[in-house]
Write a protein that binds this ligand. Structure first.
Ligand code: NAD
Length: 422
């Protein structure tokens, strides 16, 4: 069986790491080349968005040690931030001792909104829209026979009256099972197609017809137990629980707690060319659903004194549609992940988010984040000061030893080394 536990992976030269990943995922030489070179041809990029003048390469790191529902995954994470990939890998290693992550997800049902203004009797309009459910769903489903053929399509209808600064409005929600897509395009198309029916029924005018990024019906969940011994003992478990309760009770901490979760989720979203803003927006709104902004995760102690972590968040991510299936690098990343569906991808993202959350809390509650962070950061500072090749590590190590990780010091060290060599 393939294992994602690859001792010393982080110490290997990048070329050797690529070989390990190639073997694990059965990549072709061409796929390895794409990954290595960030293979998005300029020509293709200029067809993706408007006014293209360049590319923005971001490193992809592989998180190791992940076991999710009994299966091993190597996880490509695209991020510019040091420590994120190491943190995920470390936490996944700790989770492994108790069987790894278990995950689940709901059906990929998204919400499309239709705003109705000027209805003479909004409350009656709301009721009548609901009575016309079958006609509305039928019309919506005519728009995408491919999706319907795959078992997806419009599956439900909701309607509310909201009070606004410009009077009452009827808000209709079309619930659409988008299968393996993120879904925004199909949702928008379906919402536009049913708006004449809704105008006829309500006697009002439809204005906005657009996906909601608060995907409360499209949830992914992950849970894992982290053994107290692996975490560093009972004291660490207690400190992490204190850190968690800080986030529960304080929004200034909570937003950073959730940001730490999204470090993992968004890195996987970016590596698979998913809409990172959609997922971020949905996650933070979901965290505030109850009226108070709360942590997306929950942490508690098991009867054995181990730490139990649970995460639930909406994940509107796809494996078809948008750029996901056309971006060459995203395709390779998906092959490495080996996910067969959008739901599986969402569950992997939840597991990674939980791992990053644990790693951040553990670091903060014990040695503080800066020590670990600065080691990686020191290399960036060394490069900022102009170090290249072997000098990057040399300068970084000197700064760490001196506990002075600053660009001015990096320049001095570099100068000293160069003088010494010359
Ligand atoms: P899409 O329209 O490119 O692809 C989805 C279509 O692919 C479906 O409608 C279906 O016809 C077809 N399909 C084939 N196999 C499928 C399968 N197994 N499962 C599902 N569909 C399958 O993509 P999309 O996901 O509708 O759109 C995503 C894009 O929309 C993203 O790039 C996103 O950034 C963008 N977008 C986002 C927002 C927002 O978040 N508010 C708004 C507008 C657009």
């Amino acid at each position: 069986m393939r294992t994602s536990e690859i001792p010393g992976f982080y110490k290997l030269p990048a070329e050797e790491r690529l070989k390990v990943v190639k073997e694990f995922a059965g990549l072709t030489d061409e796929e390895v080349r794409i990954l290595r070179e960030g293979g998005l041809p300029f020509e293709q990029a200029s067809r993706m968005i408007e006014n293209v003048v360049g590319l923005m390469p971001v490193p992809i790191g592989i998180a190791t040690n992940f076991r999710i529902n009994g299966r091993d995954y190597l996880i490509p994470m695209a991020t510019e931030e040091p420590s994120v990939v190491a943190a995920a890998s470390n936490a996944a290693k700790m989770a492994r001792a108790r069987g790894g992550f278990s995950t689940e997800s709901t059906h990929p049902v998204m919400i499309g909104q239709i705003q109705v203004v000027g209805s003479p009797d909004p409350e009656r309009a709301r009721r009548e829209v609901l009575l016309a459910k079958e006609e509305i769903l039928r019309k919506a489903n005519e728009q995408d026979p491919v999706l319907v053929g795959l078992g997806g399509g419009a599956v439900g209808l909701e309607a509310r009256v909201i009070q606004t600064g410009r009077g009452p409005m009827v808000v209709v929600h079309l619930l659409i099972d988008v299968r393996d897509a993120m879904g925004a395009n199909v949702i928008n198309t379906m919402c536009e197609s049913v708006s004449p029916i809704i105008e006829r029924i309500t006697g009002g005018k439809t204005l906005l017809r657009i996906v909601s990024n608060l995907a409360i019906y499209r949830l992914a969940r992950a849970r894992a137990v982290f053994a107290k011994e692996a975490l560093g003992g009972e004291e660490v478990v207690e400190a992490i629980l204190d850190a968690y309760e800080f986030a529960v009770s304080d929004i200034f901490r909570c937003v950073t707690h959730n940001k730490g979760i999204m470090n993992g989720v968004t890195a996987v979203a970016l590596a698979t060319a998913n809409d990172t803003r959609a997922i971020e927006a949905g996650a933070h709104a979901y965290a505030a659903m109850g009226g108070t902004y709360r942590p997306l995760s929950r942490w508690s102690k098991t009867e054995d004194g181990d730490l139990l972590g649970e995460l639930e968040l909406p994940v509107a991510a796809g494996v078809v549609g948008g750029a996901t299936a056309v971006h060459p690098v995203a395709r390779v990343c998906r092959k490495i992940l080996g996910v067969g569906s959008a739901r599986e991808l969402a569950e992997v993202m939840a597991a990674v988010g939980l791992a990053n959350n644990l790693a951040a809390m553990r670091a903060l509650a014990t040695e503080g984040i800066q020590r670990g962070h600065m080691k990686l950061h020191a290399r960036n500072i060394a490069m900022m000061a102009g170090a290249e090749g072997d000098l990057v590590d040399l300068v970084a190590e000197r700064m760490i030893a001196e506990r002075k990780i600053r660009v001015d010091r990096a320049r001095e060290i570099l100068e000293e080394i160069r003088r010494g060599q010359g």
